[in-house]
Design a binder for this molecule. Structure first.
Ligand SMILES: Nc1ncnc2c1ncn2[C@@H]1O[C@H](COP(=O)(O)OP(=O)(O)OP(=O)(O)O)[C@@H](O)[C@H]1O
Ligand SMILES: [Zn+2]
Length: 677
């Protein structure tokens, strides 16, 4: 295996048009933070760089919608995103942005160097142009149908449904996002990076030399190669972005996916004057943490740029994750279907690690995964509280009770004691092996196994019972339990930094370092412990219900916003209509049909007779709400047997966009039996 001297970890630059949600965290920032914290604990030379991605069309669209400047938008979200990452303990060494002077200079120079070395192809071509807005339609300014999957909301640069990267001319039935008009073709000049020139080298680098990459990443790259790489435009006709720094570049800017990854380099420059050591030495291990929709940019486009320059290293791995969904639906910023980090931090103070734990335990490492509030509660209550928290609390409280809060001396160890302690180095090795191959879920499971081990040790040795007869044995048991506790403060640090800090305080000690993991003498005999507190707290049903209610409200709001009337039914003849006998009736009695959830039994005065009508509306109305009300009824519908009751007709209802039902009534009371038509 290749030996590295230092590590450069990058996390995908979050796009500054909205706050960060749990999908971003599970996909990118929790894994990258675990990885870097682990390396730091091992004493490795590591830097972790990130920042906000602040160019591109969606930001200009949002600015227009809100009547502010693009700069206002990115300033606002840079702050929200940066603060919330800090709040969750995501430990970047620098959180920069792509509007800094360093970045402008770095990206410009990068472009200019490739340009001057003849690495681009200049090409004049016809591009979509909005005649009403008098503007070329780059990327997300244009929408149409994806030629690959038929999604009719594909953008000019990518179809979010099937993940295919597109050129706007690939779209079927394109439409301008600015004016809604049908765009025309107009000539414009752009610079292209001929990715095809790099295909052979990329193929060798990935397909031959990096067979160990995650199969989702490897597979996506392979299918790109199979399709054959094409030249890709690296400039755009826009006024928000980094100006194209060469002749003929007036009015044009760098394509956002050209400038964004260079943001990793500029962030490193702003972090350390030694930046070249991280970017240009073969003994640096560079790893990009991203979600699956960024694979092509980090495995093909950016590496091609780096190869074209020639002075940079390539990433050693790109452990991209699949996507996290929320309660069964795709997370979406525009539809507000998300758990927002800044809101979570406000609503769950002191519970940063619960979110970190759940998102790691449930990370979409090999396939898309679902976050549910119920699972969040279960993992907190039956894992963090019942296993980890419970064990630590018992060990500390018993020491307080029997040994004046000082670490007691261990006497002779039993076989069971020894077997228990021998598990610790094995767990250390397992956690390391998993982290090295970016399997953070399994690594966390192993860390949790150490807490399980401790919990089981106390359950089996029962020091509270032994205390009645043999205090020397209790001293040994608690010494062992406290050493396990101290080990927990090491193994969980990358995953749960807030809780391990709290735990170290309770143990009245400072950080041990990863190498000490597995040791059985971390706490000296006689060492006085700090104050025992609860490491985790139970989360009640009411808290979860409130979050579910919030999502329910979002769903309703979306349904109302997105409501579209059903298309008209096929043509009917006058006679078809005349066959239906619709009358106004008065509801005389109403009751729930026993043992059913949906059915109401109505007794209706139709003017013709008084009859029974059974209707599936019990989830919408309480019986007393309908009593005495008038409504329209189809009275000549053939009778039907429903749950043993004969129903003679049907009540007419209007269904609102949110699914709620309303009575159809005359605007003033009429005689029962009045005809409707
Ligand atoms: N639901 C998700 N699950 C996993 N990773 C995600 C998810 N959503 C976004 N990511 C990843 O987070 C990183 C930052 O995302 P970015 O800011 O580009 O937002 P995005 O993909 O436009 O998301 P959204 O459309 O929800 O705002 C990217 O690497 C992206 O792949
Ligand atoms: Zn598609």
């Amino acid at each position: 295996m290749k030996q590295f001297k230092r590590h450069l970890v990058t996390s995908a630059l979050p796009y500054a048009n909205g706050p960060v949600h749990i999908g971003h965290l599970a996909g990118v920032y929790i894994p990258s933070d675990i990885y870097t914290r682990y390396l730091r604990l091992r004493g490795e030379d590591v830097i972790h760089v990130c920042g906000t991605d602040e160019h591109g069309v969606p930001i200009t669209i949002k600015a227009k919608q809100e009547g502010v400047t693009p700069q206002d938008i990115v300033d606002k979200y840079h702050k929200i995103i940066g603060d919330s990452f800090k709040g969750l303990g995501i430990s970047f060494d620098i959180f920069s942005r792509t509007t800094t002077p360093t970045h402008y200079a770095t990206a410009s120079e990068f472009f200019k160097k490739l340009h001057d070395a003849g690495k681009f192809v200049e090409q004049t071509s016809e591009q979509y142009y909005d005649e009403e807005a008098k503007q070329f339609l780059a990327d997300r300014y244009i929408m149409g149908t994806c030629p690959h999957c038929g999604n009719d909301r594909a953008y000019g640069d990518q179809c979010e449904k099937c993940g295919t990267s597109l050129n706007s001319t690939d779209l079927i039935d394109p439409k301008s996002m600015i004016s809604g008009s049908k765009p025309v073709m107009k000539e414009t000049k752009h610079w292209y990076l001929p990715l095809n020139d790099y295909q052979k080298d990329l193929e060798k680098w990935i397909l031959t030399d990096h067979k160990e990459w995650k199969s989702n990443v490897y597979g996506q790259c392979k299918s790109w190669f199979d399709l054959g790489l094409q030249p890709r435009a690296v400039s755009r006709d826009l006024d928000w972005g980094i100006p194209v720094p060469v002749e003929g570049g007036e009015g044009k800017v760098l394509y956002v996916w050209f400038d964004a990854p260079i943001g990793y380099i500029s962030a490193t420059k702003d972090l350390t004057p030694d930046w070249e050591k991280y970017w240009k030495s073969e003994d640096t291990k560079m790893v990009h943490f991203i979600g699956k929709d960024n694979i092509v940019f980090h495995c093909i486009v950016f590496p091609s740029m780096l190869m074209a320059d020639g002075s940079y290293i390539l990433p050693e791995n790109v452990p991209a994750n699949e996507f996290l969904n929320l309660e069964g639906d795709k997370i979406s910023t525009s539809r507000n279907w998300a758990v927002w980090l800044h809101e979570y931090l406000e609503e769950f103070p002191g519970k940063e690690d619960v979110l970190r734990y759940v998102l790691c335990a449930n990370a979409p490492e090999t396939k898309d995964n679902d976050f549910t509030w119920k699972d969040f509660q279960t993992r907190n209550n039956s894992e963090l509280v019942a296993i980890f928290g419970n064990f630590v609390n018992r060990a500390l409280v018993l020491t307080q009770k029997y040994f004046d809060n000082k670490v007691p001396a261990a006497g002779a160890l039993t076989d069971f004691d020894r077997e228990t302690l021998e598990e610790m180095p094995k767990i250390k090795k397992a956690v390391e092996d998993y982290i090295e191959v970016y399997r953070f879920r399994d690594a966390l499971k192993e860390a949790m196994n150490l807490a399980r081990l401790g919990n089981k040790y106390l359950a089996d040795t029962e020091p509270w019972k032994v205390a009645k007869t043999d205090m020397e044995r209790v001293a040994t048991i608690l010494n062992v339990a406290l050493q396990i506790t101290a080990n927990l403060a090491i193994v969980f640090e990358p995953f749960l930094p807030f809780s391990t800090e709290k735990l170290l305080k309770m143990l009245n000690t400072s950080e041990f370092g990863w190498d000490k993991l597995g040791n059985t003498d971390l706490l000296a005999v006689g060492h006085e412990l700090g104050k025992a507190e609860l490491l985790f707290e139970k989360i009640e049903d009411s808290v979860i219900d409130a979050q579910l209610k919030k999502l329910e409200d979002t769903k309703l709001a979306n349904a109302l916003k997105e409501y579209k009337a059903e298309p008209q039914k096929e043509e009917a003849q006058f006679d078809d209509f005349m066959k239906m006998d619709i009358r106004v009736g008065t509801i005389k009695a109403c009751e729930k049909v026993a043992k059913t959830k949906k059915l109401l039994k109505l007794t209706v005065d139709t003017g013709i007779d008084t009859r029974t009508i059974v209707s599936g509306i019990a989830e919408h109305f309480e019986p007393e709400q309908l009593l005495g009300k008038q409504a329209c009824f189809l009275v000549n519908l053939a009778p039907r047997e429903i749950k043993g009751i004969t129903s003679n007709g049907m009540i007419l209802m209007a269904q609102d966009a949110d699914g709620k039902l309303r009575l159809v009534q005359p605007n003033e009371a009429v005689k029962p039996g009045s005809q409707v038509g």
